[in-house]
Write a protein that binds this ligand. Structure first.
Ligand SMILES: Nc1ncnc2c1ncn2[C@@H]1O[C@H](COP(=O)(O)OP(=O)(O)OP(=O)(O)O)[C@@H](O)[C@H]1O
Ligand SMILES: [Mg+2]
Length: 198
């Protein structure tokens, strides 16, 4: 099973992925928790550049997919082949939402890269952590870490990102679960358990 955690900053993706990992492990299941951009040694180096180094929008998109190619090759495909549950903190929906919706790049170009890099491999389920960008950014800022290139974007950027996530979820409801991420942590986790395949 390949499950992705998606949504704007501060929705609680990283918090909930840890909870789900523990929950699945307690049932004796093998779990591989990973993140994008990143997940490999090279990918984590690309993450540092993507989050902190100025670059053109096209470069950003291409580096995201370069990191993803490596992530699929080194981590995701081997883990799935071993029968593990793969939990990824962001994946290709984030490219549609941030580089497509946020930056305004062509969705068709993103689709070409998706086909090139994934060759038909798709997550079985993606959680869309949905909440008002104002609330998400406030939570993210309360973490007290320096803000990255994305967190520094204006509010409108996050409204566009959110809209793409919701559009994609509504277009393929069998592959997505929209999570009300404004709720308290326990209530959010209950929604996740509820949406898991039985
Ligand atoms: N349901 C919740 N209610 C209130 N606060 C929460 C909730 N879930 C997580 N938080 C807190 O909000 C902050 C952001 O959560 P988290 O880092 O899990 O979000 P994220 O979606 O991974 O964000 P990012 O996209 O920036 O990595 C953290 O300080 C976390 O403790
Ligand atoms: Mg996170």
């Amino acid at each position: 099973m390949f499950i992705c955690f998606e949504g704007i900053e501060g929705g609680g993706k990283s918090t909930q992925i840890q909870r789900l990992e523990k929950h699945l492990q307690a049932q004796g299941l093998g779990v591989c928790s990973t993140r994008e951009p990143g997940g490999t040694q090279l990918g984590e180096q690309l993450r540092g550049l993507l989050l902190n180094h100025d670059m053109s929008d096209d470069t950003e998109l291409l580096l995201m997919f370069a990191a993803r190619a490596e992530h699929l090759h080194q981590v995701i495909k081997p883990a799935l082949a071993q029968g593990q549950w793969v939990l990824s903190d962001r994946f290709t929906d984030a490219s549609y939402a941030y580089q497509g919706g946020g930056r305004g790049l062509s969705m068709a170009r993103i689709a070409v890269l998706e086909m090139w890099v994934q060759q038909g491999l798709q997550p079985g389920l993606s959680f869309i952590f949905d909440l008002e960008p104002e609330l998400g950014l406030q939570r993210a800022r309360n973490r007290g870490e320096a803000s990255d290139r994305f967190e520094q974007q204006e509010l409108d950027f996050f409204h566009r990102v959110r809209a793409v996530y919701l559009d994609r979820a509504k277009a393929a409801p069998e592959r997505y679960a929209i999570i009300d991420a404004a709720q308290a942590e326990d209530a959010v986790f209950a929604q996740i358990l509820n949406a898991l395949p039985q």
